[in-house]
Write a protein that binds this ligand. Sequence first.
Ligand code: FES
Length: 67
Amino acid sequence: MYVCNCNGVRQREVDSAIAAGAVNPRQVLAHHGHEPCCGQCMPEIAACIIGARRANPRTEEALVAAE
Ligand code: FES
């Protein structure tokens, strides 16, 4: 299932971008060479980032350090 229909970005690609250090939806798309188009996926990608922070405190520390 696609998270970003405009760019064909799937959940696993969102997850890999977050694991690589993406801290906002634009960075998640940019990690895979894309830019936002319609922007409809931004809230869902942001929710994934928040979920990753809650699920993995070490990710939270890394993201805070990167901001
Ligand atoms: S669905 Fe992601 S930019 Fe349109």
